[in-house]
Design a protein around this ligand. Structure first.
Ligand code: ADP
Length: 551
């Protein structure tokens, strides 16, 4: 084969109808063209990717701008979003090419941007100092931009924004370039819209979560085995859930609920909301459980709503107790009135007879007895009246010792009659407290009645109740302490948590109301104090009232 033939053959094979030199030029052009296409693909790919990895639009524009610059001599890229009949400038890159501030509401008159919005068509615009047709002309001129391509961002047939690509050169985009920019903007529109929708979902999810978290009552979401799936802040704090490992957070274990008595089980069986009252570490709570159904109407989770009602109960109990005492007070006042007259006569007559009787006389002793018993009756009536005057809750200087004496005057004998020895050790130099003597008396009374009841069926040689008062320093603060100790039945460990709960009683019906200690604690707290208890089952208990001494 001759040389010419070979050349011809190459030409034939490669399809290049030119000389070797022009063939290489052709090839070079094709490679550049291919590189450009690759870069364009990369840019479109980048747009999708950047939204996936949660990149901001500014970062994405910067990225795209740098890549576009490798294939087109562009200087500026800007994005304006169209919403609610407004076109707002949202992003510009590079930032120094900003003319209007970000967030600027682009006005409609003689605006190229608006023309794109209204026509849904891209516009290639050549900046010219002699032209005054559009307001943007002047702006671009001042920025040194000579040609701008405006492309609409269209999503589902509606314009959502405009992208402008400015260059300091008089650009000569071909058909393929326009197609690329349109494709790029279509992709951008899809991504922006998706990001907007995603953010909408995210915001509403966040709003729900925040609402759930900030409800001040406790909310738990558990599965059918009672495993805690979700909880709000109130539940976390109340049950100290952060101290448990995730897999150990079980509703039944947490509340020591017997699985057979579980609201979860009841709920699954009845498929209806369940209400229960529960006790957790000295607190009384209302529990409501609601089923959560899936699409096929099967319960797959349970919402447990818990409300701490301890304070409410205590106040209710206090009201009941005050009501009862008010009734006793009224009755006592009536009885006192009725008894006072005959008593005055008894006392007066006894006194008269005593004056004339000689001390050696046998009747003198009998008359003295009549007189002292009558006096005692008068004191009891007096104490009863003082004690039951519950409506006068005045806070004033008062003595805990005096409260003890008043109550002992009222029920001391009754206790002694049951073969119980009362040992009294009152600190005579005890500080006063600021409070209400009737209310403090009520605490002492509750302590004494409980101690007496605890000794009731005890088979021990000596039943003793010791009452002691003393003061104590704690840091800078001085406290007045009153303790009532008995060697009675004691309190079992499992009940110690509950004895202060309203209506908790181990006494037989009719004997105990379960209000005494909860009311006492309420009173102690209202006085800035507290009640502590130490008990040994079978050996006895000590109840301590601790109140701040008057400064
Ligand atoms: P109530 O006396 O009506 O039962 P309280 O609130 O005063 O109500 O007491 C609650 C429970 O605490 C009692 O039922 C009893 O079980 C227990 N308790 C209180 N004090 C004593 C005590 N000194 N010894 C043994 N148990 C006590």
């Amino acid at each position: 084969m001759k040389v010419e033939d070979r050349q011809q053959m190459i030409n034939l094979l490669t399809g290049v109808q030119s000389s070797k030199k022009s063939y290489y030029n052709e090839l070079k052009k094709t490679i550049i063209e291919l590189k450009k296409k690759n870069m364009q693909l990369e840019i479109i790919n980048d747009v999708t990717k950047s939204f996936n990895i949660d990149m901001s639009i500014d970062e994405m524009l910067e990225n795209v701008f740098n890549k576009l610059q490798t294939i087109f001599p562009i200087e500026r890229i800007s994005l304006s979003m169209y919403e609610n009949e407004k076109l707002i400038l949202t992003n510009v890159y590079p930032p120094h090419s900003l003319y209007f501030p970000i967030g600027f509401n682009l006005s409609k008159e003689h605006s190229l941007y608006w023309k794109v919005v209204e026509s849904l068509e891209k516009i290639f615009y050549q900046v010219d100092s002699n032209k005054e047709d559009y307001i943007e002309n002047k702006i671009y001129e001042s920025l040194g931009i000579r040609s701008v391509l405006f492309v609409p961002l269209i999503h589902k047939g509606k314009v959502i924004g405009v992208l402008s690509i400015g260059s300091k050169e008089m650009m000569d985009y071909d058909k393929d370039d326009f197609a690329f920019f349109q494709q790029f903007c279509d992709q951008l529109a899809v991504c922006i819209e998706n990001a907007r929708l995603y953010n909408e979902v995210l915001t509403s999810k966040k709003e729900w979560e925040e609402t759930f978290r900030s409800v001040s009552e406790m909310i738990l979401v558990v599965d059918l085995e009672g495993n805690i799936l979700k909880y709000n802040d109130a539940a976390k704090d109340f049950f100290q859930l952060h101290l448990y490992q995730r897999e150990k957070r079980n509703f039944h274990q947490l509340l020591s609920i017997d699985i057979h008595n579980s609201p979860v089980l009841e709920m699954v069986q009845t498929k209806k909301p369940v209400y229960q009252e529960i006790h957790f570490q000295k607190r009384v709570c209302e529990l409501h459980a609601y089923p959560v159904f899936n699409e096929s109407q099967h319960i797959y989770a349970i919402i447990i709503y818990i409300n701490d009602i301890t304070e409410k109960r205590r106040i209710e109990a206090q009201l009941v107790q005050s009501g009862k005492l008010a009734a006793i007070g009224e009755m006592a006042a009536g009885i006192a009135h009725e008894l006072n007259n005959p008593l005055t006569a008894i006392l007066g007559n006894a006194q008269l007879l005593l004056r004339t009787a000689s001390k050696d006389d046998r009747s003198y002793k009998l008359l003295s007895d009549i007189y002292s018993c009558g006096k005692r009756c008068k004191t009891i009536i007096q104490n009863l009246l003082t004690f039951s005057r519950q409506d006068e809750y005045m806070f004033e200087d008062c003595s805990v010792n005096e409260a003890v004496e008043q109550v002992l005057g009222l029920i001391g004998d009754q206790i002694k009659k049951q073969n119980i020895i009362i040992q009294k050790k009152l600190d005579r130099s005890l500080e006063l407290i600021e409070g209400n003597i009737q209310q403090i008396g009520q605490i002492v009374l509750n302590f004494l009645i409980n101690a007496k009841d605890a000794l009731e069926e005890m088979d021990i040689p000596e039943k003793v109740i010791s009452i002691e008062t003393k003061s104590m320093m704690e840091g800078e603060k001085k406290w007045v302490l009153l303790s009532v100790q008995d060697n009675g039945r004691g309190i079992e460990e499992q009940y110690l948590q509950e004895i202060f709960n309203p209506f908790f009683t181990t006494k037989r019906p009719g004997k105990g109301t379960g209000l005494g200690l909860s009311v006492s604690l309420g009173i102690a707290q209202a006085h800035g104090g507290t009640i502590e208890v130490i008990s040994h089952p079978g050996k006895g208990s000590t109840f301590m009232l601790k109140l701040p001494a008057k400064q």
